[in-house]
Design a protein around this ligand. Structure first.
Ligand SMILES: C[S@@+](CC[C@H](N)C(=O)[O-])C[C@H]1O[C@@H](n2cnc3c(N)ncnc32)[C@H](O)[C@@H]1O
Length: 299
């Protein structure tokens, strides 16, 4: 790491929260985009075939490596097997899409949500613990309006990203440093979901316009797959691997997204978090191996 980078940044995701597009979703497990940019630039300058330089991040997370490579105009590939985190990264990589169409779609969603008077649908208990009634109603109506446009369009995917990005700010409970929700810790400042959504859409619109201004842009390839089974990329075609794998540091990538997955209706219980999200992930948390340990040691 260069001396300037060591003193100027913490090399964590916190630095990214002031950077266009990187800041769209707070992913505490992520690393610094500035560090990635410096590292790629350094290796690129030493490479003998810099015009066809290729970077791989086998644990792409929220897409820091890939987005940084897009910004530098470098070809990159990434794998991510957490379905929700994959969609976050995939959404950010849509930065080059039509900004006006995105804005129109998101505005339509907000208008539709505001005129919806339907009853709140069923949610897991955890969701009721994390929102007051008014905000849960706004979230529920935003979600219904969003899902009425569900599909593969970029405008839907970006609107989905705007929606999931506001779920913490509009919750009335705290979030721990590693993004686990703290249902027993009440917050003082809570944003209205409608206001937070409008603000987030505006931020995304401005960031896309800013990113699109500079010409040196590429388009990363993100693959939703378990990196241990990766076979999509040609052998010996990668010049540099930049990654931060799931270390055995007790960070639970599945639990960190529990609130979002519960609001979206992807999971209804802790058991579903285990069965639907964990299987594709490398285990980095002791709670995840307890069952196997019991079998192996016959406890
Ligand atoms: C430390 S995070 C990477 C964060 C990334 N550097 C960023 O800035 O957002 C590790 C990522 O690996 C993902 N992961 C865990 N097991 C995986 C596997 N078997 N294949 C692909 N990705 C996996 C997790 O979901 C998590 O997003």
């Amino acid at each position: 790491m260069s001396e300037a980078l060591q003193t100027n940044t913490t090399s964590t995701f916190a630095d990214n929260m002031s950077l266009p597009i990187h800041r769209w979703f707070r992913y505490t497990a992520g690393f610094s985009a500035q560090w990635v940019e410096e590292t790629v630039t350094e290796y690129l300058s030493k490479s003998v075939h810099s015009d066809n330089f290729r970077v791989l991040d086998p644990f792409a997370g929220s897409g820091t490596t890939l987005l940084s490579c897009d910004k530098l105009g470098v070809t990159s590939y990434g794998y991510e097997s957490h379905p929700f985190i994959y969609e976050i990264a995939a959404g950010k990589l849509l930065w080059k899409s039509d900004t006006d169409l995105f804005l129109k779609t998101a505005d339509d969603i907000l208008d539709q949500a505001k005129s919806d008077h339907s009853a709140i649908e069923q949610y897991p208990d955890i969701v009721f613990k994390c929102y007051d009634e008014k905000n849960l109603e706004e979230i529920d109506h935003l979600k219904k309006a969003l899902y009425s446009k569900a599909g593969s369009s970029f405008a839907y995917k970006l609107s989905w990203l705007a929606f999931v990005s506001i779920l913490r700010a509009s919750s009335n409970v705290g979030t721990a440093a590693w993004q686990y929700i703290l249902p027993n810790k009440k917050k003082v400042k809570v944003s209205s979901a409608f206001e937070a959504f409008a603000k987030q859409v505006n931020l995304m619109y401005e960031d896309m316009k800013l990113f699109q201004e500079s010409p040196a842009k590429k388009c990363a390839t993100l693959i939703k797959q378990d990196a241990r089974k990766a076979s999509t990329i040609e052998n010996n075609s990668i010049d540099l691997v930049i990654t931060s794998p799931p270390y055995a540091n007790n960070y639970d990538y599945a639990d960190a997204t529990r609130l979002e997955l519960s609001v979206l209706g992807e999971i209804n219980s802790w058991g579903e978090l285990q069965s639907k999200i964990r299987p594709g992930l490398i285990r980095s948390c002791s709670q995840m191996v307890s069952k196997e340990k019991k079998i192996r040691f016959n406890i």
